[in-house]
Write a protein that binds this ligand. Structure first.
Ligand code: RUB
Length: 307
């Protein structure tokens, strides 16, 4: 249990972050827990796996990759402890391999839509979006990137480091300058924490203002999203919760304490409506947002949404 609690804490404190990484870490945690679980009765096995699944799912509310990964990894049909344990180990490994392959496929497919000379704007730190950008660069395309800082956690610094390591010419920009810079941009490429059944995107706060500015300037807005980032729960009516994070990410608590009439609002994600999205690059191909329901039905199964 200690190892799972450590992973849960790392996800909660964002030492492990980004929807894809969170999903893989959770699947790996369930696998390792099941592998070492020392119980004799099936009832106890069921309870312990359910408790651990609930613990992991509770760590961050928005990235749907987390409950999807946990539910796919922790599935078993056998009524025998040893067989059920083996099923979980295999399901978790399959999920992790699927996630790695998906990143590679998204890179290959998305890179075909990047042209020589393109200037690409990206937001936050998305491994799926970066897979497209670095694949296009490695294919020999002459591209430049504008990467937002992504306040308050400044995940943009991870992005510029990653791009720098590949040698991609990159400019760091502040979040409030996205509309100012949009005239230089050819394409916006961002990742996803969740995609709803209606094709709306949930991603790092500020994503919707990139989409709005791109729409106004008639620039293409691409989302890079593995199929496991689509949300089955939205089909059965559950809204995607936007995580509200602590005030101290934005302001020194000592300063805030001196301001009794001030509160901080710090939502970590926002919604981008489907009409601002030109395409979603997934591991099973490029789709329009209107096809989100089909992806959920064919690649996840909407029963994952817990009626
Ligand atoms: C990260 C974020 C990323 C998506 C996609 O938010 O919004 O754009 O998770 O990332 P946080 P990836 O830092 O709060 O987790 O493509 O790597 O899954």
């Amino acid at each position: 249990m200690k190892k799972v609690e450590d992973i849960a804490e790392k996800i909660r404190t964002m030492e492990i972050r980004g929807a894809g990484r969170i999903a893989k870490a959770a699947a790996g945690a369930i696998r390792d827990y099941a592998a070492e679980l020392d119980v004799v009765s099936m009832e106890e096995f069921d309870t312990r796996i359910r408790d651990v699944s609930d613990l992991l799912i509770s760590t961050r509310p928005t990235a749907v990759s987390l409950p999807n990964a946990v539910k796919l990894a922790s599935k078993y049909s056998s009524g025998n402890v040893e067989e059920a344990r083996q099923e979980i180990i295999e399901n978790a490994n399959r999920f992790i391999e699927r996630a790695d392959r998906a990143l590679e496929m998204i890179g290959k497919i998305g890179a075909r839509r990047i042209q020589d000379g393109d200037v690409i704007m990206t937001h936050c730190n998305s491994h799926a979006a970066l897979s497209i950008i670095t694949t296009a660069f490695e294919d020999g395309k002459d591209i430049k990137v504008l990467a937002t800082e992504s306040r308050p956690r400044r995940q943009g610094l991870l992005t510029i480091r990653h791009l720098n390591d590949f040698g991609v010419p990159t400019s760091l920009i502040v979040d409030s300058s996205v509309r100012y810079h949009m005239k230089e941009v050819d394409k916006v490429v961002v990742g996803a924490d969740a995609i709803a059944a209606n094709g709306a995107l949930v991603n790092k706060i500020g994503t919707s203002q990139l989409a709005l500015a791109a729409h106004e300037a008639r620039k293409s807005f691409m989302v890079a999203a593995e199929t496991y980032k689509f949300s089955p729960s939205t089909i059965v009516g559950t809204p995607i919760e936007i995580e509200e994070r602590a005030a101290e990410e934005v302001i020194d608590p000592a300063v805030l304490a001196e301001l009794p009439h001030v509160q901080v609002k710090n939502p970590a994600f926002d919604f981008t409506p489907s009409e601002y999205i030109d395409m979603i690059v997934t591991d099973v191909g490029i789709i329009p947002p209107a096809m989100a329901y089909t992806v959920i039905k064919e690649h996840l199964g909407w029963e994952l949404g817990d009626l």
